[in-house]
Ligand binder design. Structure first.
Ligand code: PLP
Length: 413
């Protein structure tokens, strides 16, 4: 018999989609995999040099639990620059990817039954971590407002049990970027109701709109004492496998994170820490700029292909590297009937792999029954091939054309 908490561990929906792509490939289907939450590129030279130098020096020991002091200082300088608010090394914890930063935050902030407001569609791990920590995710649907939360909807979700709001901009999966005015309003709401803000800006370097990326702390400095910034090198430097991220928050929170992390993973990988430090000390921004150009070109090309979709709006894709398709018209074409028909997005995505050889992540992984996420962090020829196939498939796809098997599981809204 396993512990009760395992009943809420469903496994990551994005990992499941990646596994489905691999399975189809193993079955002989030529699959274009657009599921990945990472960017295809070479290793950043600064990271390579920093890591090799650390290995050559024979570095092999534990470090301080929440990161070597020089790295924490360098990250504090970065956060200071990005927020316009002086941040010290005592406010930084280095973690094994942003995922551990978020998990640490849930564990040190939440008491059993505490509620965390999470706009939907959401990155699949946010609610899972809240639940593991004993909290209750409270979802605020953003679909009616172009995937941007309405402040009145967030306010309506606040209860006496509310403890925090997750603010993820640029957003995974929707690619939405929040305006400074919205960030300010969310900050005011947090102050009014004494809430924490968990500010995830992992995609902050990839902006494809004039709105720009704003740290909530710079739009409303008064929230600083109740905000934890979460970031990583995973997306910014295409370094997902190196597992290096960080959080920036008030010192008492960082101390609690340090105590927690000392009993879980201890320090993040020491070579990755030295590589990140070397990068921060020496980068001239060339690699980052190249990555941004690569994604901007992929986005432009992708949007051009996607403009051929006959019944689906072209996605805004304002930030990050995902196209989020709103397939509401396809799977629930009757505007008066909000019940999803026999053919839902999971079925559609399965058919997309089986018949068109394109792997994508269904919106159900993000709490949305009407979306499909496509990554454009792949090589451009792969992207073009995949999107052309996808457009052809979706334009021909017809609601109700392929009834589900008697015993097939149904997912209702
Ligand atoms: N936050 C968001 C919004 C993400 O999309 C991801 C990864 O996909 C993470 C955090 C986790 O990043 P990491 O790989 O650094 O743990």
């Amino acid at each position: 018999m396993l512990a009760q908490r395992t009943t809420m561990l469903k496994g990551s929906g994005t990992a499941a989609a990646r596994a489905a792509a691999k399975e189809a490939a193993a079955a002989g289907i030529q699959v274009v995999d657009l599921t990945a939450g990472e960017i295809w590129t070479d290793l950043a030279p600064t990271i390579r040099d920093g890591a090799i130098a650390a290995i050559d020096k024979g570095i092999n020991r534990y470090t301080d639990t929440i990161g070597i002091q020089e790295l924490r200082e360098a990250l504090a300088r970065k956060v200071t620059e990005e927020t316009g608010q002086a941040c010290g090394a005592g406010e930084i914890a280095v973690t094994t990817g942003a995922k551990q930063a978020l998990f640490n935050i849930a564990m040190v902030l939440l008491n059993p039954g505490d509620e965390v407001i999470i706009p939907t569609p959401y990155w699949t791990t946010f609610p899972a971590q809240v639940q593991i920590a004993g909290g209750v995710p409270v979802h605020v649907d953003t679909r009616a407002n172009g995937f941007v939360p309405r402040i009145e909807d967030v306010a309506a979700a606040v209860t006496p049990r509310s403890r925090a709001i997750v603010v993820n901009t640029p957003n995974n999966p929707t690619g939405t970027v929040y305006h400074a005015a919205l960030l300010r309003a969310l900050g005011e709401l947090a102050i009014e109701h004494d809430l924490w803000i968990i500010f995830d800006e992992c995609y902050g370097d990839f902006i494809h709109t004039d709105i720009g990326h704003h740290s909530i702390v710079s739009t409303i400095p008064e929230v600083r004492s109740r905000t934890v910034i979460v970031n990583a090198f995973s997306k910014t430097l295409a370094l997902t496998g190196w597992r290096i991220g960080y959080l920036a928050g008030p010192e008492p929170l960082v101390s609690a994170v340090k105590a927690l992390q000392s009993h879980t993973t201890s320090n993040p990988n020491v070579i990755a820490q030295h590589a990140a430090l070397h990068h921060l000390e020496t980068t001239e921004g060339t690699f980052e700029a190249g990555l941004q150009r690569q994604l901007a070109a992929a986005r432009n090309m992708g949007l051009q292909v996607l403009s051929g979709l006959s019944r689906i709006p072209t996605p805004a894709a304002m930030g990050g590297f995902y196209f989020y398709l709103d397939i509401r018209n396809l799977v629930a074409p009757d505007p008066c009937n909000l019940v999803i028909g026999d053919r839902d997005v999971d079925t559609l995505v399965r058919e997309l792999i089986a018949k068109a050889g394109v792997a994508a992540v269904p919106g159900t992984a993000f709490g949305d029954p009407f979306g499909i996420r496509l990554s454009y962090g792949v090589p451009s020829d792969v992207l073009q091939d995949g999107l052309v196939r996808l457009v052809e498939f979706l334009n021909a796809w017809s609601y109700g054309a392929s009834p589900r098997a008697e015993n097939e599981e149904r997912v209702l809204s």
